[in-house]
Ligand binder design. Structure first.
Ligand code: PGA
Length: 299
């Protein structure tokens, strides 16, 4: 197969955008140039890579297969670039991080500090849900992931670096707001607004309730911590969120953390990476900063 790196790069862009026009814009090429390259690639592999249904473009099965390899190849290339950069003694380079939605409350502070120490570095940050974080680890598309619920597999290493307590929140004027050691029998009568299935917060919460044999009822699910905090403030129900999401709400007395028996659910934040991943000097420096200094930087 005589495929060129350029063709794979264009293919990756079209697969990411599912549009020839947007891929062309992203790559500063003309749309006909992009379709021509894809056409040539399809001729070379003797299989269709995209199909058009109505106005929408989809990857075919062969397109999906090729995409896995195209991504691996571009990741390997950028790793090669970084390694060569290091051999040249450069502190420039790129740091690629992905963090769980909830971790975004503090990740930017850590990246800000990192940027002050390594001003010539560029960074990418993907703030996303747990399923995409697992995909990043699978595809080897980031240096480091910050998450609260690492996968249990021999393929990844996870290092805990900071507490991540889950607390029950209520509006500030809720009758339970002043309660002490509120029993779960009382809490079970309340209605909850929950994070979406699959989020680390939701998994940890469900494990906790199952282990303790408690049941709670929920009014709705939301995929954003801000939305939950606002819904609780609007008195739609109680919420269970990481304490990290509440700095502003508690400072402004908008919400109360309830004193409930067996709470908070004690968890940790983890730095996670693929085993055998070749760390760049920058990724190592970031890892060290997070492990050694996050408690003091984020206090
Ligand atoms: P999430 O946060 O709930 O935003 O996925 C990660 C976690 O706390 O495990």
């Amino acid at each position: 197969m005589n495929v060129t790196l350029r063709q794979l790069q264009i293919f990756e862009a079209v697969a990411a955008e599912l549009s020839y026009t947007r891929a062309a814009e992203a790559l500063y090429l003309s749309q006909p140039a992009v379709s021509m390259q894809i056409k040539q690639l399809e001729e070379m592999v003797e299989l269709p890579l995209f199909e058009r249904l109505g106005r929408a473009l989809f990857l075919t099965e062969s397109g999906k297969e090729l995409l896995v390899y195209a991504r691996k190849i571009s990741q390997q290339l950028s790793e090669a670039n970084l390694v060569l950069d290091e051999l040249r003694g450069s502190e420039r380079g790129h740091l690629n991080i992905a963090v769980a939605t909830t971790a975004n409350y503090f990740a930017l502070k850590l990246l800000g500090e990192f940027n002050r120490r390594f001003p010539d570095t560029t960074m990418s940050l993907d703030v996303t849900n747990r399923a995409s974080l697992l995909q990043h680890l699978d595809d080897n598309t980031v240096d480091i992931v910050i998450m609260g619920q690492p996968p249990i597999t021999a393929d990844v290493s996870a290092t805990a670096f900071m507490d991540n307590p889950l607390v029950i929140i209520a509006p500030n004027d809720h009758p339970l707001a002043t309660g002490k050691n509120i029993p779960m029998s009382v809490i079970q009568q309340e209605t909850f607004i929950l994070r979406e299935s699959g989020s680390g917060t939701r998994i940890a919460m469900e494990q906790f309730f199952e282990e303790k044999g408690y049941q709670i009822s929920s009014l709705m699910e939301m995929s954003s911590n801000e939305a939950i905090n606002q819904a609780v403030e609007a008195d739609l129900g109680l919420g269970i969120v990481s304490r990290h999401t509440l700095v502003l709400e508690l400072a402004l007395s908008r919400l109360a953390v309830l004193d409930v028996e067996d709470f908070p659910i004690m968890r940790h934040w983890y730095l996670v990476h693929r085993n055998g991943k070749r760390f760049t000097a920058l990724a190592e420096a970031f890892q060290k900063l997070v492990i050694d200094e996050s408690e003091s930087l984020l206090a």
